[in-house]
Design a binder for this molecule. Structure first.
Ligand SMILES: *C/C=C(C)/C=C/C=C(C)/C=C/C1=C(C)CCCC1(C)C
Length: 247
């Protein structure tokens, strides 16, 4: 890690991306998309009242943090030709908890307690740390499958909490734009986040060998990030617009 950081090319010294490198292409496009989305969220946040302004600011922070990591991942991939697992998980450990904060911010009007936010954040950290163990540390034997399973359990806990737990009740009490936004974000977590375990199984070995053959882990992760980070932010933006109209 240390030698890699020291050898990191200067920003202007961009590595060559081969014409047939479709993985590199998705890193490049992902980087630009995250930057553009950040500009959009930051520039539009002042159009809304205080409650929604914070939510849209967080949407912008999520895509901005991702944009910076994609800059490095794109370069790492081009220079080293390996999956940038370290940067990937640093990105996630910052952005996924922020998405949990987003759920809390939206439900705050309905009286959501901070404990809900911390429960979701804790589960997301467990999900990511155990995923990192399986992807980068315990990579032989049944390591990836076992750690992936533990990660999956934490993921299901998040799904349960927002779909059926206390978060659901709060959203129903709030109704209107809050309920609509909450429901859509729930679908993002159930369907959009389920993209990641597929990437994980495509890139690690276990009982699932062969099922996702031919799929590239980084391409799947990059598609997942684009859908979940930018899409998630746009749902919040749409909710802010909707509540402004009804006010
Ligand atoms: C912006 C980044 C996001 C929304 C990342 C989400 C990542 C996940 C939901 C990862 C989940 C995993 C499992 C459920 C099992 C296998 C290991 C992981 C970490 C890929």
């Amino acid at each position: 890690m240390k030698t890699f950081l020291l050898n990191l090319p200067l920003l202007a010294d961009v590595s060559k991306i081969a014409t047939d490198d479709y993985v590199g292409f998705t890193f490049f496009v992902g980087c630009m998309a995250m930057m553009a989305a950040s500009a959009f969220f930051f520039l539009s946040m002042n159009d809304f009242d205080k409650k929604w302004k914070t939510s849209i600011l967080v949407s912008g922070l999520i895509t901005f943090i991702a944009a910076v990591h994609y800059w490095y991942m794109r370069d790492y991939w081009a220079a080293v030709g390996e999956s940038p697992t370290f940067f990937r998980y640093v990105d996630w450990i910052l952005t996924v908890p922020l998405m949990c904060v987003e759920f809390y911010l939206i439900l705050k009007v309905a009286g959501a307690k901070k404990s809900l936010m911390w429960k979701l954040i804790l589960a997301s950290v467990i999900m990511l740390v155990t995923g990192y163990f399986g992807e980068a540390v315990y990579t032989s034997g049944s390591g990836p499958a076992v750690w992936g399973l533990i990660s999956g359990l934490a993921y299901f806990y998040i799904v349960y909490e927002i779909w059926l737990g206390s978060a659901k009740k709060l959203a129903q009490e709030a109704g209107g734009a809050v309920l609509t936004a909450h429901k859509t974000l729930c679908w993002f977590v159930l369907v959009g986040w389920a993209i990641y375990p597929i990437g994980y199984m495509a890139g690690t070995t276990g009982w699932y060998d062969g099922i996702f053959e031919g799929l590239n882990m980084d391409v799947i992760y990059n598609i997942g990030d684009a859908i979940n980070k930018i899409g998630f932010g746009l749902v919040v933006y749409a909710a802010a617009v909707a509540s402004r109209k009804s006010a």
